[in-house]
Design a protein around this ligand. Structure first.
Ligand code: 9MR
Length: 355
């Protein structure tokens, strides 16, 4: 019997008689945010253009009921906030900050420095002047503007090479400044907003031991030299059966042991990487539930209360997940279906929070 088949069988047997598998949407559930002793967040694909907060009107009730922390899935990336060398455009992000304030939510900022071609402002790609001064100004203008509104920042995102994880990623920033751009960004952010909690954010650090080690070496070096890095964000775009939960725990514990804050910053659980499923059948949904449960439970068990920066889900409804972008096959990675009904995954999170 294959591991996957055994898991499916187990999930099916286990799910039989569980109230939420019979009537998911009618079971009164305790809200996620009320069940956790740490921030429970969701990424919202708003803040990309002024006025687009209106887009979330239909899902606002769900967001407000379940979450106490939000992050812009895209709208606070470099090219949105800093579209021209002398122009910062804060209007849309300010609307998001207002939303957070009005609803008593934390706003996490994502991301001050990210190499991704699509998010890099065109002017920056062609910049010929003093790169250190320019990046410092970029970071400081943004941090100063949002001081008191943004509680924590992803200061640098995805700086480690994913294919060759024993080195930094070959980005424009590395080319211009060497690895020093990373610590320079943290120092600049801390100067501009000393109260902000500053994170390094990346993916696959739980699935690739050498990537984890490279990140830890960077952290150790920063701690020795008192660079103001306060936490690590594990994006945690995982699939239902990989990486192993033991690897996830090892990674979380290694950061926690260094006294840093730990966030699970972009959690989703894809179900269909093998492109075998045409629909979300109950067995698959139960597998996903068990997976969410074990990840949340691993977080609670591995990170002390004072070090928990929280868990943020990378989207609200399945249909809005980035994992579906341009894909010819379906997936159902999040906690709520396309109509905003709770999936078994949601109850997996609730159970994990109790452990
Ligand atoms: O979910 C985001 C998607 O809508 C964007 O097109 C993409 C490029 O900007 O970024 C996605 O979010 C990424 C996040 O910013 C950083 N970690 C990986 C996320 C998924 O690609």
């Amino acid at each position: 019997m294959s591991y996957r088949f055994a898991l499916t069988l187990f999930a099916l047997i286990f799910s039989f008689g569980q109230p939420e598998s019979r009537a998911q949407s009618t079971v009164p559930a305790r809200a996620l945010k009320d069940s956790a002793k740490f921030p429970i967040g969701v990424a919202l694909n708003v803040g990309n253009a002024p006025g687009d907060m209106a887009d979330i009107r239909e899902i606002a009730a769900l967001i407000n009921a379940q979450f106490n922390s939000i992050v812009a899935e895209n709208g606070m990336k470099m090219r949105f906030l800093h579209p021209a060398i002398d122009t910062y455009d804060f209007a849309a992000a300010d609307a998001l900050a207002d939303y957070a304030r009005t609803h008593g939510m934390i706003l996490h900022g994502h991301a001050l420095i990210w190499h991704h071609d699509y998010q890099l402002p065109v002017w920056m790609k062609n910049y010929q002047g003093d790169w250190q001064a320019m990046l410092r100004d970029h970071v400081q203008q943004i941090c100063q503007h949002f001081a008191g509104k943004v509680k924590s920042w992803d200061v640098v995102n995805e700086a480690i090479d994913n294919k060759h994880p024993k080195q930094y990623r070959a980005t424009l920033f590395l080319e211009k400044l060497g690895p020093a751009y990373i610590e320079q960004a943290f120092i600049a952010a801390h100067e501009a907003d000393p109260a902000a909690v500053l994170y390094y954010n990346d993916f696959n650090m739980e699935s690739k031991a050498d990537k984890l080690q490279f990140m830890l070496d960077m952290v150790d070096d920063f701690q020795r030299r008192h660079i103001p890095l306060h936490g690590i964000g594990f994006q945690m775009h995982v699939s239902v059966d990989s990486p192993a939960i033991a690897q996830i725990k090892t990674a979380l514990q290694a950061v926690a042991a260094r006294g840093l804050k730990v966030r699970i910053s972009e959690l989703d659980v894809s179900l269909n990487q093998q492109q075998r499923a045409a629909s979300l059948d109950p067995a698959l949904a139960q597998l996903q539930k068990a997976r969410y449960r074990e990840i949340v439970s691993a977080y609670v068990q591995s990170v002390s209360p004072a070090q928990r920066g929280g868990i943020t889900f990378w989207g609200l409804l399945d249909k809005d997940s980035w994992l579906l972008d341009g894909k010819p096959y379906p997936d159902w990675p999040l906690l709520f279906d396309d109509k905003g009904q709770t999936k078994p995954a949601y109850f997996g999170v609730l159970e994990g929070l109790k452990e």
